[in-house]
Every structure is written in C-alpha cells, then in structure tokens.
Design a protein around this ligand. Sequence first.
Ligand SMILES: Cc1cc2nc3c(=O)[nH]c(=O)nc-3n(C[C@H](O)[C@H](O)[C@H](O)COP(=O)(O)O)c2cc1C
Length: 299
Amino acid sequence: MLDISVNIKGLKLENPFILASGILDENGYTMKSILDQGAGAVVTKSIGLEDRTGYRPPIVVEVSGGLLNAVGLSNPGIENFGEEVKIALKAGKPLIGSIFGSNTEEFLHLAKKMESYGVMAVELNLSCPHVKGFGSEVGSDPDLVEDIVKELKEKIKIPVFAKLSPNVTDILEIAKAADRADALVLINTVRGMSVDIYARKPILTNRYGGLSGRSIKPVGVRYVYEVKKETGKTVIGVGGISDYTDAVEYIMAGSSAVQIGTALYTEGKEIFKRISEDLKNFMKAEKFETVEEMVGAAL
Ligand SMILES: Cc1cc2nc3c(=O)[nH]c(=O)nc-3n(C[C@H](O)[C@H](O)[C@H](O)COP(=O)(O)O)c2cc1C
C-alpha cells in the first residue's frame, strides 16, 4: 500500500509538501486556499512583536535561476495575526507559525502567542539574511541559538523547528547548538546582490538580498545531507524545489519533509497536487511504499 503521509515529531502531514515561509502566507484566506489545494501543511510568514512595513520597493528582482528578495520582514505583528491563523485553521490541516525576534524573551513571547492561536508547531526564523538585529544575525550566534531553543522547548508544548541560514562559516556548529529543536529546517535564502548596469547601482533598495529558487537547490541539498549525516536529526529541506525530482533529491539526502516557496510564483498553487501525484508514481515505479523508506537513501 502506497503511503505518502509523514510524521514529523508527532505532526502528521498527509503528504510531505509544506508551503515555505514568506510566500502567500500573511493572509488567512490564501493559507487556507493553499491547504485546500493539497499542501500537507503551511508555514506562516515570519511574524515579529510589532507590525513592520519592510523596505521600499524594489524588494524582489528576478535573476537567472530564481529570485533575489529583501522584503525586510514586513508583517502585521503578532497581536494582529491571531485572526489570520483562525481562518487558515479552518482547512483542518497543520499550520506552522514562523516567528522572528532579537533575543530569547522575544522568541518565547511570540511562540507562546502562536501556541495560544492554535498552530501545531513553531518555526524559528534564525536565518533571514537581510535585516539588522534579526534572522541570521541571531542565528549565527551558537550560544544565543542554544538558549532560545532550550527556553522554548521547556516552556511550550508544540514542536519547535529551527530554520537555519546557509550564510554561516560552519553550519554544523549552529545545527548542534539547535540540537534540542524537534527538527531543523534547511535552508533559508543565500545572500546575494544584483546591479542595474544602466543606473550603475544595486537594484534592491537594501542592496543585498536573499537568493531563492532553482539556483540554490544544490546548496540546500548539500546542507541537508551534511547536517543529516553528522547529527542524525530530523531535517526539513527547502530551497529550489519545483518538481518531484527535486523533492526526492532532498528526501534521499535526508529530509523527512520538504518546503516549497519560489516555485509557487512560476507553477501556481496547483504545484501541491501535481507534485504529490508525481511522487506517488515515482514511488510505485521505484518500489517504495512509504516516504520514510526514502529518507536518507543517498547517505
Ligand atoms: C519573497 C520571499 C519572502 C520570504 N520570507 C521569508 C520569511 O518571512 N521567513 C522565512 O523564514 N523565510 C522566508 N523566505 C525564505 C523561504 O521560506 C525559503 O527558505 C527560500 O525561499 C528557499 O526556498 P525556495 O527556493 O523554494 O523559495 C522568503 C522567500 C521569498 C522568496
């Protein structure tokens, strides 16, 4: 019997395909619609303490093989987000609340709020590459990462996922610091930049941005493989997945589930149904009965 459901530390997903944070997930209705259209789960936009407008446009630019973005963690703030969660939860599927803060107290406050709103897990954004004082600035400090994860594991009941940055010298040091997390999410965007050669200046107002999409897939697969091999931890892979072959690569490198972001812009929401069907056909042809059997097959 072919079964593509997965279980991530008690979080049951009908398929291993999750919407990544930051793409069509600031609004309850769009999150619900993506779940209704076949996503196994949705990660919300990263939410902080206060509402933020983010950077002035241009905040996204298309580059070969993907997108470069510096949105600036724009979000409505945690107090205004409960209503969106409530709407998305009507889909009856898992919602994962992404949060960002600059210290342990902020993360704890945000995680408790998300838990009270009814999300089934929290994902810590320790990896946004383009906002001072948040994201990868927090996520590249192993002591701080360890403290945040420890505190949350002690004080909240739902699973805690730590989303790490590829923009560090030694990912294993950070992965080990986040050891108490229920799963590690790898990777956030890769720091990059694009120049307008006629204006003779960087295109993004923030100058630097985060690269996503097809071009970063080999980077993501490598991080997943390395972290899985060295730590044995549960890993959720993300970066450049746009069809079932990309997903299977990530799974065989050690991912227990995968997230999809940028491909939503090119493939539409229908990607979730199609990729589940294609995965089933692949598993049938290759004689796999469960996703679990494929996890880490390339290790
Ligand atoms: C426009 C945009 C906004 C994003 N916002 C967030 C965010 O708020 N929090 C976060 O953890 N990751 C954010 N990401 C990163 C994605 O969740 C994902 O890690 C990355 O894009 C790689 O996956 P992909 O190639 O499938 O897009 C964002 C990515 C894009 C393109």
